[in-house]
Design a protein around this ligand. Structure first.
Ligand SMILES: Nc1ncnc2c1ncn2[C@@H]1O[C@H](COP(=O)(O)OP(=O)(O)OP(=O)(O)O)[C@@H](O)[C@H]1O
Ligand SMILES: [Mg+2]
Length: 368
């Protein structure tokens, strides 16, 4: 079922945690709310679930208004038909794994046999069927989190709200369950809102990503869009764009920054000031400098740190003009990169994006 959030406001004491927020989750789609710690993700989700009292705005689930500040409407959580998996998992330790999942179904008036059948089916999906009769207190953190996930799925809610449900899992399980979750989402056409601060998780699980900063949505788009075209330098940094430099002057398609001039393809929208943003994957590091077209910026420099990552090397290079660039590149075929290696760096003009520090939606910048 479609979820609509309009002009939502939530205040904790003096602190405005959610500011005039608009968000739509289309029916059957997965929207991921991605943002750094404290930006208001959990607060937004709790408002949709009915666990917080907002101070304005409107929330609809399907055709039903579940919250309307102006009309004084607020449907209690248990009547909203949403399932929520919390950041900190909560299982009932005195029950078995199967009972943890089946108990809420029994509370809904579903027969013992049917509750058990549904519980076992979702436990199969999350890979815990073999632990069904074990006491829930005897599970690892990751297994408990999967019980919590299974419990929400068993209720077959109209909307599934997931707040960092994979955060307590080890890396391998997290990768596996991420793919599994996406499969479940697509096969069942679940309408879901997924909260995370992990960009890989967001890219893998979303039909659309909503970037949240400072209590607001500052960019909304497909994972491909957001990855290729972050709307501001602050969003780009958050998405792993480690090379961000203040632009001091623009002259045609050449920009000046920290003692360096670079050719760019596209100029930024608006009036600036700009930040030149370059993904580390787009910084090529060569041991020799070859002939290049004018569309490629060539800089010479020295490797400061190089870290071997298996398929790639992550290194920082200091150029002659003092610019420090981070690069993620394949190991060079004709030698090794170590601290002190003299290199030639290539950056294509089309890979340099000129962006403002924040989007206009970001709102006031509060001095620290
Ligand atoms: N019950 C509360 N009372 C007062 N302030 C709160 C309360 N809950 C959250 N906050 C504040 O509201 C802001 C948003 O919190 P929220 O939990 O929504 O962040 P988040 O984006 O989920 O962060 P994280 O990624 O760390 O979970 C934070 O500054 C937080 O300190
Ligand atoms: Mg949170």
């Amino acid at each position: 079922m479609k979820v609509g959030v309009e002009s939502l406001e939530l205040v904790y004491g003096e602190h405005r945690a959610v500011k005039n927020l608009d968000l739509t989750i289309p029916d059957g789609k997965s929207v991921v709310l991605l943002g750094e710690s404290g930006c208001g993700k959990t607060s937004t989700m709790r408002c949709i679930a009915g666990l917080e009292a907002p101070c304005g705005g409107r929330i609809t689930i399907g055709d039903r208004t579940v919250y309307d500040g102006a009309r004084g409407v607020s449907v209690p959580p248990f009547r909203r038909n949403v399932g929520m998996v919390f950041q900190s998992y909560a299982v009932w330790p005195h029950m078995t794994v199967t009972d943890n999942v089946a108990f809420p179904l029994r509370m809904k008036g579903i027969s013992r046999t049917e509750s058990r059948r549904r519980a076992l089916a979702v436990l199969e999906v999350v890979g815990l069927a073999h632990l069904g009769s074990r006491g829930a207190s005897l599970l690892s953190g990751g297994q408990m989190q999967r019980v919590a996930l299974a419990r929400s799925m068993a209720m077959e809610p109209a909307v599934l709200l997931l707040d960092e449900p994979l955060s307590n899992l080890d890396a391998r399980l997290r990768d596996e369950l991420r793919v599994e979750l996406r499969r479940i989402q697509l096969e069942n056409g679940l309408t879901s809102l997924y909260v995370t601060h992990d960009q890989q998780e967001a890219l893998a699980l979303a039909d659309s990503i909503a970037i949240m900063q400072n209590g607001r949505i500052t960019q909304f788009g497909t994972p491909e869009d957001i990855y290729a075209r972050p709307a501001s330098a602050s969003i780009a940094r958050f998405l792993g764009v480690t090379n961000v430099f203040e632009v001091s002057a623009v002259d045609g398609h050449r920009v000046r920054l920290t003692g360096q001039e670079l050719a760019v393809d596209e100029l930024g929208d608006g009036d600036g000031p700009w930040h030149a943003c370059i993904r580390p994957e787009h910084v090529r590091v060569d041991l020799t400098s070859g002939a290049e077209s004018p569309a490629v910026n060539r800089l010479s420099g020295t490797v400061e740190v190089a870290v071997f990552q298996g398929a790639s090397i992550r290194c920082t290079v200091r150029t002659g003009s003092g610019m420090v660039l981070e690069a993620i590149c394949p190991p060079p075929p004709d030698g090794t990169l170590t601290a002190g290696t003299e290199v030639s760096v290539a950056i294509e003009a089309r890979d340099i994006h000129l962006l403002p520090e924040h989007t206009t939606e970001y709102g006031e910048v509060v001095a620290a």
